[in-house]
Structure formats: C-alpha cells, structure tokens
Write a protein that binds this ligand. Structure first.
Ligand SMILES: C[S@@+](CC[C@H](N)C(=O)[O-])C[C@H]1O[C@@H](n2cnc3c(N)ncnc32)[C@H](O)[C@@H]1O
Length: 135
C-alpha cells in the first residue's frame, strides 16, 4: 500500500533487468484486494505475505493487527492457491500461530532458515511455509 515500497519494487525490477511490461505492481488495501481476488476465483502459484505487526491508515478500511487478522489473511491467501505455496512472515515478538491453521494446512516453521544473518533481533522473526494438505 506504500508508494515508497512500490517505487523500491519498480527500481528493483529495473536494476535486475526484469521486464515490467510482464509484471503488475498493484497498490491496494490487502483486505479489499484479497476479498476481490477470492470472489473472482483468481489462482496463484506463489504468495509471499509479509504484513506489518500493526498498521492503520486513512487508505485502509480497518486497522491491520497481524495477531488478530492472520487467520483471515492466511485463509484468503490459501483460497488463491490450489497446489501452490504461501510464505507468511512477521516480526511480532509475541506472535502465536492459531492452532486451527495447523489442523487445516501443512505448515512448516522456517524462521531459522529465513532470518537474515545481520537481522537486529533473530527472536522476533517468524516465517512459515504453508500449503494445502496433500498438495
Ligand atoms: C513489513 S513491510 C513489507 C516489507 C517487504 N516485504 C520488503 O521486504 O520490502 C509491510 C508492508 O505492508 C504494507 N501495509 C500495511 N497495511 C497494509 C494494508 N492494509 N494493505 C496493504 N499493504 C499494507 C506497508 O505499507 C508495508 O509496505
């Protein structure tokens, strides 16, 4: 949703020689985007979801609270994947993944593999690889 991050993304595509005419950069509130994409029946191979711990902005319908909202976000992202993979990360020290997700999906905690070596506090980073069971 941030213009700054969109600009960085555009610059990174250019710096890496990736053709922007073959990719879309979409600026949207994640709640509205995911709801629309699920309704339209869109499908993806890979989703990387890296939400902030908390955010609010006039551009958003509601505040985003990753502890409160992660079930909704993950369920909606998983509805867009048939056999693909969701990588879900956050940096909320107190974050606890809801147990219901462990029943519904095949989930691997890959936090140790995904935290950069120079990250200021390795303990707050959490990252999960999520797929449909049997996918
Ligand atoms: C932790 S950062 C993502 C960092 C990014 N993965 C990277 O490596 O550069 C979280 C991002 O979520 C965006 N954000 C916050 N609330 C949002 C919302 N409701 N919808 C869409 N994006 C949102 C913020 O603007 C910020 O760019």
């Amino acid at each position: 949703m941030s213009n700054t991050y969109q600009d960085w993304a555009r610059r990174n595509f250019e710096l890496n020689g990736l053709d922007l005419s073959r990719h879309q950069l979409i600026r949207a509130d994640v709640f509205q985007y995911l709801e629309g994409a699920v309704q339209e029946g869109r499908q993806f191979d890979l989703i990387v979801m890296d939400p902030p711990s908390f955010s609010n902005s006039k551009k958003m319908r509601d505040v985003l609270d990753v502890q409160r909202d992660h079930l909704w976000l993950i369920d909606h992202a998983m509805a867009l994947l048939a056999s693909g993979t969701l990588y879900f990360s956050n940096n909320l020290r107190s974050f606890v993944l809801d147990n219901r997700l462990l029943d519904d999906y095949a989930i691997q905690d890959i936090s140790n593999q995904s935290v950069p070596e120079d990250f200021r506090n390795r303990k707050i980073h959490q990252c999960y690889r999520i797929q449909h069971k049997g996918a």
